[in-house]
Design a protein around this ligand. Structure first.
Ligand code: GRF
Length: 195
């Protein structure tokens, strides 16, 4: 079976990028190769993580497409699509990619784009998912890996994991405690999809 080409999109720290790439490179996830990191911020730590792992990086700065407070999403996404045409991914994994994906990209890769979201979807979509869970006085939260559709943080769930919320938890502690669970869940979801 042909090795599946994976492109990861990220904007920040990149711990999910690193966890997925490491799992693929040590063959824990079989039959896959990370053929590129696509990043929209030149100061993102994930670029260093990609260099360490010899993953080709494609920096398309979203900032360059902002003028007078207007973001030219169509022009930005055209650049992304050009890069994707070269990379020919079988799957795209969003890992802390802080922009919404446009319709054209989603329609070009139907059922082939994954995202990780730090809540037990369908609960707490959008930003500050942990804060939302705390404010709702939940006793547990978690993370969800799902297929990306045109609606925000929606689409079929591939894997989901729970962690408890403790009385002393704040947004920061909860986010930190969730990180290793996110990594395991993303690895499990990709394995499931490829098997
Ligand atoms: C994670 O919490 C993920 O759930 C969310 O963005 C964060 C990215 O973290 N979508 P990292 O950059 O992978 O460390």
């Amino acid at each position: 079976m042909a090795v599946k080409r994976i492109v990861i999109f990220a904007s920040g720290r990149g711990s999910n990028f690193s966890a997925l790439t490491d799992a693929i490179q040590r063959n824990e996830i079989q039959g896959a190769e990370v053929v590129g990191l696509l990043c929209n911020k030149k100061e993102a730590f994930v670029l260093k993580e990609a260099s360490k792992r010899n993953v080709p990086q494609f920096l398309i700065e979203s900032k360059a497409f902002k003028k007078d407070g207007h973001f030219d999403r169509a022009a930005y996404e055209k650049e992304i699509l050009k890069t994707l045409e070269k990379l020919k991914p079988d799957y795209i994994c969003l890992a802390g990619y802080m922009l919404l994906l446009g319709k054209e990209i989603i329609q070009k890769f139907p059922n082939r784009i994954l995202n990780i979201h730090p809540s037990l979807l369908p609960k707490y979509k959008g930003l500050h998912a942990q804060r939302q869970a705390l404010e709702a006085k939940e006793k547990e939260t978690g993370c969800t890996v799902h297929i990306v559709t045109e609606a925000l943080d929606d689409g079929p769930v591939i894997a989901q994991s729970k962690i408890p919320i403790f009385a002393q938890d704040c947004e920061e502690s909860l986010s930190q405690r969730l990180v290793p669970t996110e990594h395991q869940t993303y690895i499990a979801a990709l394995k499931k999809l490829l098997s």
